[in-house]
Every structure is written in C-alpha cells, then in structure tokens.
Design a protein around this ligand. Structure first.
Ligand code: PLP
Length: 379
C-alpha cells in the first residue's frame, strides 16, 4: 500500500552506531547520546531507548520540555539539559531530574533557591560548569570565573552537587587546529578542577571530535549526529562505519505527459524543452523538503535516479521520469535512503542546498509519520 510520506527509522542502526562509537573510546570513557531536537528528527524517545541499548550511559537534551518528554516515556537514565534554563523551564527541569549546566554565580543562586535547603527527591541536582573556549555562546570565557562558579555549586551541597566540567567545540568537523587551541584553553581549567574535585566528570567532544580527536574524549563524549548514522563532516557516513538510521520515502501519486513548453509547479521554474513525462510525489516543504531543492535534487524510484523538476510546493514535488512506462502510480519514491544499488544520503541532500545533514533530518516535520523497525522487523 502506498504511503504518502514516511520516515522509517532503524533502531538497530542507532544501537550499532552507538556501539561503534563506544568501540573507539578508551576503557572507562562513557558516551552521552544527544537526543535533542526530537532525536535529530528521528524521534526522541525511540532514539533514546536505542542509544541506551547500544551502550550510552546518559542522554542530553537542549530544553526542559525535551527532558520531560523522556521522563514521561519512562526513561530513567541520567539526562543532561545542555541549554540555558529560563525561569519558566527551571521547575520543569528539576521535575525531570535534569543535570544542568552553569556558568554564572547568579544562576547557581537561582538554582539553590529553587531547590530549597533540603535535598531534592531524586538526590542533589547535579550541575556541570561550562567554560567557553571559543564557541562564543553559553559558558564563561574566564577560567577563574568558572572555578568560582564551581565553588558556589560545591558550597550549595547537599541541594546541589558539582558533577562536571565541560566545553563545546566550534569546528571539530573542519578545523583541527582550532580544536587543539580550544583544548589548550580547556586543559589547564580541567587540571585545576580535577585537583580540587577529583571525582568530576570532564566532557567536551561532540561527534566530530569523538571521531577525529582522541585527546578530546576525557571522561565522556557527547555524540548527537553520529548516533543517527549521519557524518558530522557532512560527507559519507560509511567512511566512519556509521549506518544512516533514517529513510524518507513517498510514492508516485500521478504520472502525466508534459509537452514541450509546458511547465511544472509554481512560478513555472521548470519548462519542458521537449515532450517528457512527469511523476507527482505528494511530499513538500510542509514535510521538510526544502524549497531550495527546486530543480536541485534527485529522487530514487525503482533503483534509479530521477531529477526533481519544478518548484517544491507545500505538499508536492514533481519528478521528470522521461517515459510513460518508466514508473507506475504507487511506486515507492526514496528521498533519503537506499533503493536497489542507488542511495541518496541526508548529506547529499544537504549539500544541494548549502546546509548540513543536521538541518535536513531535524527539519522533517511532525506531518511525516515515523515508523520504527529493527533491521526490517517492526519495533
Ligand atoms: C553542547 C553540545 N554538545 C554536544 C552536541 C552534539 O553535537 P553533534 O551532533 O555534532 O555530535 C551538541 C549539539 O549541537 C551540543 O550543543
């Protein structure tokens, strides 16, 4: 039966990706699976469960709502909320037993006040201090300030517990020299923190650094994109032994003749030069197919590539199939994933529009049903 638009997610692939990434870590180094942004578009809860099954020892999200969703789904593992915590999010984050990130004394005070004097029901709130070694977003740029923040957290025991020290890399995917410079700023801070609090967990690496820079692994790596089988360098995931977990498909809803001079889609951005045949595929930008892919992408049908022609509209794309019998109504159309000997990766789609695979997978909208399986067996 033809399905309008479908994202099939192979949970076994996520498990294997996590296991493979862990295989590249020294003994004792743990993996935190980043499942923010709805598990990078794959579905936060199923992705979280698969990552834990694959050997992740904790999860990370960006927002309190994302943490609450995990708890609502029965996830009991440690959950790090990596983002800034707004006033409105703080009670939600505490209710979800999040570990939090701090870089100012004011935040530690706000947190301690919210927790009250006594120990929270799930034990102390674990707090990680963030040094900004170059990202220029969250965290303090000043190691002295970060150490003072750490002291304040430690002073708020038993409500708070100083759990970790962290930073985040700017360009581990493309600029190893800058990653080394960031490490050069982070390491003296780590040494000072470890001397004072030997039990803290130190973490810095994202997927790219996990794959490319063993010196960045410390006690824990925080991997997002790679657990989904996407390449953090936006190249070929297979080069790192990663298996893309997500396939995006639709179907041929109509096949029609376009005579020379006739067009397809809004704005007549594609006009047939000679008589040809078009397939209409009912998936569009309301599903996450970027409009910038207009006249600028392929799809796979029956193991062959065909060009997307004409404007991507909200609910449809058109594909030039050339001949009346090339494809049939009901045929499956693959936008991301394999079909026979062909495949199109999220990385390739991303390159077409000058973006990164992250934005392509995160950009799949809720209108696309996610269906879960394990190597073809319904999950
Ligand atoms: C602080 C932090 N750590 C780790 C990650 C995971 O990054 P990646 O998906 O490149 O592995 C992210 C994601 O952007 C992040 O914001």
């Amino acid at each position: 039966m033809a399905v309008r638009a479908l994202a099939r997610v192979n949970l076994a692939a996520i498990e294997r990706n996590v296991a493979r990434l862990r295989g590249g870590l020294a003994d004792g180094v743990e993996l935190c699976a980043v499942v923010k942004g709805g598990g990078y578009g794959h579905g936060a809860l199923p992705a979280a469960r698969a990552a834990l099954a694959g050997g992740a020892s904790m999860l990370a999200v960006a927002t309190a709502g994302e943490a609450a969703e995990l708890r609502g789904g029965g996830i009991e593992s440690r959950v790090l909320m990596m983002g800034a915590v707004s006033d409105e999010e703080l009670p939600v984050a505490l209710g979800a037993r999040c570990e939090l990130v701090a870089w100012t004394g004011e935040f530690v005070e706000r947190l301690a006040r919210s927790c009250g004097e006594s120990t929270a029901p799930g034990g102390p709130v674990r707090v990680h201090v963030k040094l900004d070694t170059g990202m220029g977003r969250l965290g303090t740029r000043y190691p002295d300030e970060a150490l003072r923040v750490a002291e304040r957290i430690a002073d708020e025991a038993p409500a708070l517990e100083l759990a970790g020290a962290m930073t985040h890399f700017v360009s581990a995917d493309e600029d190893p020299a800058f990653t080394s410079a960031q490490l050069g700023r982070f390491e003296p801070f780590v040494a000072a923190m470890r001397e004072r609090w030997p039990g803290i967990v130190v973490h810095a690496a994202n997927s790219a650094a996990t794959l490319r820079e063993p010196a960045s692994h410390f006690d824990l790596v925080r991997c997002g994109i790679a657990i989904y089988g996407c390449d953090p360098m936006n190249d070929d995931p297979a080069a790192h032994g990663l298996e893309p977990a997500l396939e995006l498909t639709s179907y041929v809803a109509a096949v029609k003749l376009a005579r020379a001079g006739e067009s397809a889609g809004y704005g007549r951005r594609w006009v047939a030069r000679s008589d040809t045949w078009l397939a209409t595929v009912p998936i569009g930008y309301a599903d996450g197919i970027r409009r910038a892919l207009t006249n600028n992408c392929d799809v796979l049908i029956g193991g062959r590539r065909y060009p997307l022609v004409g404007t991507v509209s909200m609910d449809n794309i058109t594909v030039e199939v050339g001949a009346p019998d090339a494809v049939r109504c009901g045929d499956r159309v693959t936008i991301i994933g394999p079909d026979g000997d062909e495949r199109q990766t999220a990385e390739e789609v991303a390159r077409r529009v000058g973006t990164i695979n992250y934005e392509i997978v995160c950009g799949l909208t809720p209108r696309v049903p996610r269906v879960y399986h394990r190597d073809g067996t319904p999950a």
